[in-house]
Design a protein around this ligand. Structure first.
Ligand SMILES: NC(=O)c1ccc[n+]([C@@H]2O[C@H](COP(=O)([O-])OP(=O)(O)OC[C@H]3O[C@@H](n4cnc5c(N)ncnc54)[C@H](OP(=O)(O)O)[C@@H]3O)[C@@H](O)[C@H]2O)c1
Length: 347
């Protein structure tokens, strides 16, 4: 397992981050704890969660359970200082989280206190804004995204106010670093510029979707990552499980995400399966596990700090962590490139 710095901070994280959004719905507390123990035993030191988890599905009844499960692990084991813990304040629009209000200093105050209580800790290592108030092209909005209704001055004032407050929280010791999620190149740049001008905390990471099936970061954001050392934390690197090959030939394993969420939040369309078959085919041709190839591909991208994987069993987790030992060679990368040239963003 390789360890990489989070942005310009001194915090080192494993190249694979343990995602948690299935703990509390698909996975029990005991299963969540078993995953953390297994991951730590195999070199992972980085866990990602959010105040709104679990998802798949999200609901008012279960919201917050994932943080609680991590909290009981922290309390039980006393191993808080062995993990870099990342959580997120929810963006707007979910009515059972503070009535769905926009992210603001007041919302962050309430959300962070609630997260710290549930996580049973005094501090969060990486505090992320889950999605921007103004919207973005993420979450499948890429097909119709139009920033034309955004008010520039309001957006900049909002970023200023949020960064100023996050600076207070860093000074108070409640958070160590800050990150963005589902953000754009312009938005991230504004956070960086305003922070530099006012000595507010600097964004260390960008948690956006990225996988063989969705390579939006390869364009402008790659340049931003390079010049500003804002690393990508790719989420859904397995395309929600599709890239593992588990759905080959129409298979639908009982309990798998596709059986509980048939369009995988808008990712499934008629054009997707032939592309999945091609990527899985590349892995098979080279005798590599398809899930490991998909994760190793992300980790070999120059802008990636740590890929956030999900697993619903320790067996899946074991396979996925094996990607840390895999180095994709030129021939595999060339075969991947040939598929990419034909299908740049299949969904
Ligand atoms: N910031 C955001 O907006 C955002 C959005 C999404 C996710 N995230 C973060 O990213 C993490 C990972 O997201 P994700 O779960 O979508 O990632 P993913 O790695 O693309 O998909 C994980 C799912 O694929 C299946 N799977 C994983 N490994 C497998 C294997 N070896 N063999 C067969 N099936 C396997 C499992 O689902 P089944 O067993 O149910 O099929 C698992 O839950 C989340 O936990 C969360 O921390 C963030």
């Amino acid at each position: 397992m390789e360890y990489r710095k989070l942005g310009r901070s001194d915090i080192e994280v494993s190249e694979i981050c343990l995602g948690s959004m299935t703990w509390g719905t698909q996975n029990s507390e005991a299963e969540g704890h078993a995953q953390i123990d297994y991951a730590l035993d195999h070199g992972v030191n980085f866990i990602d969660t959010a105040e709104l988890y679990p998802s798949n599905p999200m609901s008012a009844e279960t919201v917050g359970r994932t943080e609680e499960i991590i909290g009981t692990w922290v309390a039980k084991t006393g191993r808080r200082d062995e993990v870099v813990l990342a959580t997120k304040v929810a963006g707007n629009g979910i009515d059972y989280i503070q009535d769905g209000i926009d992210i603001s200093p007041e919302k962050i105050r309430l959300s962070l206190d609630s997260s710290l209580r549930k996580l049973q800790t005094d501090y969060v290592d990486l505090y992320q804004l889950h999605w921007p108030n103004r919207g973005s092209y993420h979450f499948r909005q890429n097909w119709k995204f139009d920033p034309g209704g955004q008010n520039t001055q309001q957006t900049l004032d909002h970023i200023h106010a949020v960064l100023e407050y996050l600076g207070d929280l860093v000074a108070a010791g409640k958070i160590r670093t800050i990150g963005l999620s589902n953000e754009t190149c312009w938005g991230t740049s504004q956070f960086l510029q305003i922070a530099a001008a006012h000595d507010f905390p600097r964004v260390v990471s960008l948690q956006n979707e990225y996988s063989l099936m969705y390579r939006s970061h390869d364009l402008d954001l790659a340049e931003l990552s390079h010049h500003e050392q804002v690393g990508l934390l790719p989420y859904s690197p397995l395309a929600c499980g599709m890239l593992t090959g588990k759905y080959e030939n129409g298979a639908r394993p009982a309990g798998s995400r596709l059986t509980t969420n048939p369009d995988l939040w808008g990712r499934v369309n008629d054009g997707v399966w032939p592309v999945i078959d091609q990527y899985v085919g590349v892995a098979r041709k080279h005798g590599i596990d398809p899930a490991q190839m998909a994760i190793a591909f992300c980790n070999q991208r120059p802008f990636v700090t740590s890929s956030i994987i999900g697993a619903t069993s320790v067996e899946q987790l074991a396979v996925n962590l094996g990607a840390a030992e895999l180095e994709l060679g030129d021939e595999v990368l060339e075969d991947i490139h040939q598929v990419y040239r034909q299908h740049p963003i299949p969904y």
